[in-house]
Write a protein that binds this ligand. Structure first.
Ligand SMILES: [Zn+2]
Length: 103
């Protein structure tokens, strides 16, 4: 499955996604109960999208893009990660991540 992050149409008038408000990737993972090991740009974590035993999911700690080498879960940013993890849509994911501005 492919997940892309649509650009909100109202991005230009001060509403919608504000990427500056997105959480730090490491802090986000910890909040989801996923331990981010290592200090490198790409780290491997236990994949939350399948019954993972060994860390199979690679995630970029700056951009949040990720790919699991076992179950093929992948996405371009932490919003896509959260959407897949919770099974929710783009706007709801942005809101839960605290990066959605209503006005
Ligand atoms: Zn996986």
């Amino acid at each position: 499955m492919k997940y892309s992050t649509p650009r909100p149409p109202h991005l230009n008038n001060g509403k919608g996604l504000n990427k500056a408000l997105l959480p730090d990737v490491r802090e986000y993972l910890i909040a989801q109960g996923i331990e981010p090991k290592g200090r490198t740009l790409w780290i491997k974590v236990v994949c939350p999208f399948h019954d993972d035993k060994a860390p199979s999911l690679s995630i970029n700690t700056q951009k949040g893009c990720f790919k699991c080498f076992a179950c093929e879960a992948k996405g371009g940013d932490i919003i896509a990660f959260h959407m897949q993890l919770k099974g929710i849509g783009f706007v709801e994911a942005c809101k839960q991540l605290g990066a959605w501005e209503e006005s």
